[in-house]
Ligand binder design. Structure first.
Ligand SMILES: Cc1cc2nc3c(=O)[nH]c(=O)nc-3n(C[C@H](O)[C@H](O)[C@H](O)COP(=O)(O)O)c2cc1C
Length: 416
């Protein structure tokens, strides 16, 4: 039995992570605004002893073209801190992590919102710090458009300093470049001391900010080698901030399709792949590559040369690397990307999936995984009833919660 156990998050996403999930015969099309749907999924994850659920966010549509947006699996949804407040009352142990942007919030307001959620849930809240890469979102917060990557990270660094000072009760006041805060918080520390800090962002600036402030890092990687390189890089940056390798848990995304046989799992996956309209696949790929006219290029030709993105630098690099490595056309790449937006996909039996997760976990490439079912609830149920018991049988995952707070589940220190 391995002494070290993996951490598991459930990444919620309306009808599912596959872009065509909403067209699955058993899909629940209005899932994005059905609170009972979210309660059910969160309870399934809690029964399976997941560390946490994880909500992405963007204050705006995910896709500017309405005709495309209405053909994707996440075009409507709730603001996640509000959603998690309801889920806090409907569950007892599972951690509740929400994304919120440093570009479109102020630290005092966000500190209060998360400190409230942390108290309401008995110490189970986490904040996923993002710098927001979408021009669609930018257009909802003024007319100046997306600010440059470096500026967004500069603001994020100051934001993180202020919010952690507020949560850790270290601030006597802050008067800085972007923010000015006079008073301490009007909300006491929760049983876990302060919300868990999660970060998603994998450029150099992103990794540095994570090394300085994050407790958990959510990343995207295709191969074991890429995942390991990211893991070593990030853990290697911790010493500069006086931190230990174990102070940060790295949890790459994984999109599993599981069934009793490999052929059955592949057939389930292929059936979803059949449902992707080309224009929807290419639009999704375009948004992550920060290119607006990818549809002009021949779909069976190679990806054109692209200027470096001011949006998601890390994801653009990952997609280009994959296209070159595997010699993929725009169509192939768009179809692959439609499954999990550049995250790692695994298709197979519970045994095969457990083998793959174990290899990355024990191979120094992950401390756990953020699980991204391709459609809800079917693929979550399959993971919870087939893969989780196999991980437990191997001693790789807990059979029951030992603590009550998210920090306790993750084995993180309480801030002093
Ligand atoms: C795994 C992962 C998940 C992310 N989730 C979100 C999200 O939910 N909302 C958001 O606005 N940005 C999200 N981002 C974007 C980052 O906050 C950041 O803006 C973007 O990745 C550009 O920074 P980078 O070049 O450092 O990666 C995510 C990024 C990664 C790598």
């Amino acid at each position: 039995m391995s002494a070290r156990q993996m951490k598991l998050g459930l990444f919620l996403w309306a009808t599912g992570h596959h872009i065509a999930a909403w067209r699955h015969p058993d899909a629940h099309v209005t899932a994005g605004i059905d609170i009972e749907h979210y309660i059910k999924l969160t309870r399934t994850a809690e029964a399976a002893k997941f560390d946490m659920i994880f909500c992405e966010d963007a204050a705006g549509l995910r896709e500017a073209n309405i005709n495309i947006a209405r053909q994707t699996s996440r075009s409507i949804g709730f603001e996640p801190i509000s959603l998690l407040s309801v889920l806090a009352a409907q569950t007892e142990r599972i951690g509740l992590v929400s994304t919120a942007s440093t570009s479109y919030n102020e630290p005092y307001g966000l500190a209060r919102a998360f400190a409230s959620l942390d108290n309401l849930s008995g110490g189970r809240a986490g904040w996923n710090l993002v710098t927001s890469a979408s021009p669609i979102e930018a257009a909802n917060f003024g007319s100046t458009g997306l600010r440059p990557h470096a500026d967004r990270y500069e603001r994020a660094r100051e934001f993180a300093t202020v919010i952690t000072s507020l949560w850790h009760r270290k601030a006597a006041g802050h008067d800085g470049q972007s923010f000015s805060v006079r008073d301490p918080l009007d909300i006491p520390p929760s049983p876990q001391g302060a919300p868990v800090m999660v970060q998603a962002g994998a450029s150099d600036d992103g990794k540095d900010l994570a090394a300085r402030t994050a407790d958990v890092v959510f990343s995207a990687a295709q191969t074991l080698e890429e995942a390991k390189a990211f893991y070593d890089d990030l853990k290697g940056r911790l010493a500069a901030y006086g931190r230990q390798p174990d102070d940060v848990k790295i949890m790459p995304g994984v999109a599993p399709t599981v069934a009793a046989t490999k052929a059955e799992a592949q057939a389930k996956y292929d059936a979803l792949q059949e449902l992707i309209p080309d224009d929807v696949g290419v639009a999704l790929l375009s948004s992550y590559l920060s290119i607006s006219d990818l549809w002009r290029y021949p779909i069976d030709g190679p990806l054109p040369e692209l200027p470096e993105s001011e949006g998601m630098k890390s994801r653009q690099a990952l997609v280009i690397e994959q296209a070159r490595r595997d010699g993929l056309s725009i169509r192939d790449l768009a179809r692959y990307f439609a499954g999990a937006r550049g995250h790692w996909r695994v298709v197979g039996t519970a045994d095969q999936i457990a083998d793959e997760l174990q290899a990355r976990f024990e191979g120094g490439a992950a401390d756990g995984f953020n699980v991204m079912p391709s459609w809800f609830p079917g693929e979550l149920d399959a993971f919870a009833t087939m893969v989780v018991p196999e991980l437990q049988r191997r001693g790789l995952f807990r059979k029951d919660y030992e603590g009550r707070t998210l920090r306790e589940h993750l084995g993180l220190k309480r801030p002093v």
